[in-house]
Write a protein that binds this ligand. Sequence first.
Ligand SMILES: [Zn+2]
Length: 259
Amino acid sequence: MTHIRPLRTVESALRASDNGMRDADNAALHGVAVKTIRRWRRLYQRRGQPRGQQHTIAPCPRCEDAELDGAAYAELLGWYLGDGHISRQRRDVFGLHVVNDKRYVHDLDRIAVLMARVKPGGRPHGRSVPGAVIVTTSWKHWPCLFPQHGPGRKHQRPIVLEDWQRSLVETHPAAFLRGLFHSDGCRANNWTRKKIDGRWKRYDYPRWQFTNHSADIRELCCWALDLLDIPWRQSNRYVVSVSTRAGVARLDELIGLKS
Ligand SMILES: [Zn+2]
């Protein structure tokens, strides 16, 4: 009987092999026999699945009939609108890139997981730049999923969701807000002192703020907050704030802290 390894072990070994690791080292690293590494490579080649070509294989939920993970998509859309972009890489293949502060390691992992849920079989990878990590996954179909892709910066062109995107956000508004606030938002802790019965007492006023230069994207943020009955206000030109105690608590519960 064949010993079945977790797919992620197979994937990892094939990737190492692609990157030029010797079979013996690869086998030792993954705890399998050298002949197993060779067999995996043969199997994948015979099936016509040359490694690194999965962007041509994963079917598209828009122009083909693949299923779309709605919650993952709604959140990834938030990340994309907050701090993402799409670039043409080669031929018909596009890269979806999401930039995030390198301090938030759990969020970085989460972005990778979201990409892999939206593009099954996708293999996100990270690249370090000063202060941040760019998480990227390649696929032919990113423009199908993010039709907002276009020339120029997002705040210098209209950003309008298509009907199918609006209905996914209506189903998963918290996921969408999580993507927006975890990319372009922050949870600030303001405090003040008040004198009560002759004693100074400290009061904390946490609030969530979403900062984006695109009026369209700020409006989408407000729309999603409205869907959840969370009160907000425009606190300055580029900033939407949630600052009532109940609103902050609700948002904390729905989207969690950046981490
Ligand atoms: Zn497509």
